[in-house]
Design a protein around this ligand. Structure first.
Ligand code: GTR
Length: 415
């Protein structure tokens, strides 16, 4: 069970709208004891904390609070990166009270010549900093990596051939060219992405006894741990005078899109939240049995979530949350959900619907959502404080996606 098994399920999953069993979404604006929420103040004071706690308990688990001091060490500042267009900084983040964790390597690209501190996109990578960038002097990650199709990963480690193999998903020159910084880290710095990975990652280090002996209902999963890493980057960025830390946009693709959404829900320092093809366990409506389901994802990737979540496989109706409530946790901050038409596994319509069904919370804040109630035609972005598009093509991050994110970020950050 794992990646290959999930791949095989793609062939037999349901892709027929008429075969989706009827479902009722949990009420967004009614508290657990039945009170109706009618104002933004009551959402913020009462319902929001309740919904956040429900996601902790039932889906992603609780982030522990025991990591202590966070230290930042800037290991490189290269002022003529990207042919002189950018400054590249490499920052090592570690926990002095938990030396068993090897820390994380953050790569930050800043546009050169800006007159004001830069707004910044913050997102994790699948392949490491050397895979995001094509620059030959970015240190190769030495951490455990999943095998990949291009075979540039040998014995679960990166090789010289891995350089730049994720760069099409990170159009650095385009982002820098529009006045935005980018901060990224390899998600495996926090935890290797396999079912036993937590034993070699931060979750074990921060567990009570410092060793991975038990994983209980409510304990955080890998998505929670990867999210924690993004929040530590925000900690760093708040200390960097070149960055406008009031203008951070968290972004992620696929499993890391789930991570981006959970980060935005927990950490309100991120002023914009972006979900690229996040699918099941991300933006896709949990109760819609279309493409990947709760049963499939919790079998293939149980480690991503809290243990409790697996109990909702084929039993979503019993879960007190659905993913529109996760989108609503971003409110009133702008959020962008992107789908791809050939990514039916991620259920594009289900991703659209979570944004649509989160809208009542945005309305409480006087904000506008999509402005439409049906998924738009392909390559036709819609929305105001909640943005959405369904791109032509497959499960991926493309320049088209980034064009929309940059437009959205400029508009909402007033750049
Ligand atoms: C798939 C998984 C999806 C998505 C994807 C990815 O195998 O079923 O939920 O997370 O992996 O992260 O690329």
């Amino acid at each position: 069970i794992g990646e290959d098994w999930a791949e095989a399920q793609k062939k037999t999953a349901n892709y027929d709208e008429s075969k989706i069993p009827a479902y009722t979404l949990p009420a967004l604006l009614t508290t657990r004891d039945g009170a109706k929420i009618t104002t933004a103040a009551d959402w913020t004071a009462e319902r929001r904390p309740e919904v956040l706690a429900l996601f902790q308990e039932h889906v992603y688990g609780r982030t522990p609070g025991n990591w202590g001091k966070v230290s930042f060490e800037t290991r490189e500042v290269k002022k003529d990166a990207l042919g002189g267009k950018a400054t590249r900084k490499l920052i090592h983040i570690s926990l002095p009270e938990h030396p068993a964790w090897a820390g994380m390597e953050v790569m930050l690209y800043l546009p050169n010549g800006l007159k004001a501190p830069a707004p910044c996109f913050v997102g994790p990578s699948f392949g490491g900093n050397h895979a995001v960038s094509t620059e030959p002097d970015v240190p190769l990650s030495t951490r455990w990596m999943r095998p990949n199709k291009e075979k540039s990963i040998v014995d679960n480690h990166a090789t010289e051939a891995s350089r730049g193999n994720e760069s099409s998903r990170w159009p650095l020159e385009m982002i820098i060219g529009q006045g935005f910084a980018v901060a990224t880290y390899y998600y495996g710095d926090i935890e290797p992405d396999h079912v036993d990975g937590w034993k070699d990652g931060l979750r074990a280090v921060l567990s009570k006894d410092g060793a991975a002996t038990e994983w209980k209902n409510g304990d955080w999963g890998a998505i929670g741990a990867w999210s924690w890493g993004l929040s530590r980057i925000a900690d760093y960025l708040e200390t960097d005078a070149d960055i406008d830390a009031k203008k951070l946009a968290v972004i992620g693709h696929s499993r890391l899109g789930k991570t981006s959404l959970w980060t935005g829900a927990q950490d309100q320092r991120f002023g914009i939240v972006i979900s690229n093809n996040s699918g099941e366990g991300g933006a896709a409506t949990m109760r819609r049995n279309y493409g990947e389901t709760t049963a499939i994802i919790t079998k293939a990737f149980p480690h991503w979530f809290t243990k409790t979540y697996a109990g909702y496989g084929d039993n979503e109706a019993a879960c007190p949350v659905d993913q529109h409530m996760l989108i609503a946790l971003a409110a009133p901050r702008p959020i962008y959900i992107a789908s791809a038409v050939d990514d039916q596994w991620a259920d594009p319509k289900g991703e659209f619907l979570s944004g649509l069904n989160a809208e009542p919370v945005y309305v409480l804040f006087g904000k506008k959502g999509y402005g439409v109630t049906e998924p738009p035609a392909v390559d036709t972005p819609v929305g105001d404080a909640i943005g959405y598009h369904m791109r032509t093509g497959k499960h991926d991050v493309t320049d088209y996606d980034w064009t929309q994110y940059l437009r959205f970020a400029k508009k909402h950050f007033g750049q």
